[in-house]
Design a binder for this molecule. Sequence first.
Ligand SMILES: CC(C)(COP(=O)(O)OP(=O)(O)OC[C@H]1O[C@@H](n2cnc3c(N)ncnc32)[C@H](O)[C@@H]1OP(=O)(O)O)[C@@H](O)C(=O)NCCC(=O)NCCS
Length: 150
Amino acid sequence: MGLRWAVREPQLGDVRSLVEAELACFEDPWPPPFFISEILAEGRFNRVLVEPAGALVAYLFCAWQFLDLHVLKVAALPVRRRQGLGRTLMELAERHARESGGESLTLEVRPGNLAAIALYEGLGYDRVGRRPRYYANGDDAVIMTKRISG
Ligand SMILES: CC(C)(COP(=O)(O)OP(=O)(O)OC[C@H]1O[C@@H](n2cnc3c(N)ncnc32)[C@H](O)[C@@H]1OP(=O)(O)O)[C@@H](O)C(=O)NCCC(=O)NCCS
């Protein structure tokens, strides 16, 4: 990752920045209470990437579901895309899952989100199914999984 960004766990003081970033990254952004409850919850793997001056540029929220680490959210600010931030965060999640004895990582993605699908496929995730009308606007979700053991 070099010296351009630092990685750390998000804190409650990051919620304002996360909500701002979320508005720039998603058409169905998480509201502030979602971030607060994920930051405070047990059994999570959450990380933010911050620039040397402290500005948040990318973030990842994951939750364990038995031995599967579920990637709830990964995003990079639009002006910081294609600089390896998304891949860096996904690799951190995978390393954490391996070191914790996890068996797999799973996520949902919109079929039309070609950037995200390219990222996940490049990391070895397979399309394993579809959740009909998963998103608020009625879009299906593609389910993608990467097995890391067994
Ligand atoms: C998906 C997202 C997180 C990728 O983050 P990123 O930091 O730009 O991704 P990276 O720079 O790490 O890209 C890693 C690889 O993914 C693929 N990729 C990423 N963006 C791509 C795009 N727009 N088109 C095609 N491939 C893309 C490429 O293979 C890329 O490797 P390369 O740059 O060496 O070619 C980012 O586009 C984003 O925040 N999107 C909005 C939020 C979102 O949709 N999140 C996922 C929800 S499931």
